[in-house]
Design a protein around this ligand. Sequence first.
Ligand SMILES: [Fe+2]
Length: 267
Amino acid sequence: MGFINENRIRIKLNLKRQYKLMQISDCHVVKSHDDLSVKSELNWLGMKQYFANVHREKYDSTVHSISSISCLNKLIDYCNQESHDLVMLSGDIIDYYSLENYQTLCESLAKFKDKYLFVCGNHENPSNKYKDISILKNPSVQLVDLGEIFVVGVDNSERCFKQDQLDFLMKLSDVKKPIILCMHYPIITEYNQKFFKENYNDYYYIDYKDCDETTEKFIKFICDNDDVKTIFCGHCHGMSGTYFTNEKRLYVCSSGLIGAINEIIIE
Ligand SMILES: [Fe+2]
């Protein structure tokens, strides 16, 4: 078995050309240099095997029990073999903020040949530390215009949505172009709650029934608005594809620590 665990996703939107995106999530990279970083690295070496077992994903100790930074490097090398319209990084790429980890993250991002979108995960909170690697230095909401489609990175690393994010999406939808969302925490609605509640506890998702008012409005907006098409998330360390309305899909990319990567074709 090789290191890479690729999941192919195809989205049909009747576009003039094909758009190729990649998604990487939850690599929990640490630069081992002190007690805390060495401890974190060891913790994830065990945890990745645990998650792979629980979610019945491919795990081969001969290829997967390598350092977190080696995992991220292998994913970057894999992405760089071909060109893509965008690489989405959906959070928890590093395990916690430290100058060493942040520097490692910046060095890694610089290796991508493709354009990338970095969205913070709960392990990267507070997200204002990541301004310099965010589009327009605003980690809260980041817009990538790919021509026929918009990709919007929304920071939900505090397990909620904010008013500026809702305002931004409402305004963007005036343009009438398909919108793809990238965020860390998955959202559960009446359509996918059964799957998530059976497989994960409430640490792993934002529940439409148990959230603040702005978050509830945000979820309602993305469910009802016709331009919002698909959501890509991470956080669960398990791959899934569910429906969050009767026609819109929510995909969760598993952890980069076991080589998980989503290849997304939008056409
Ligand atoms: Fe996370």
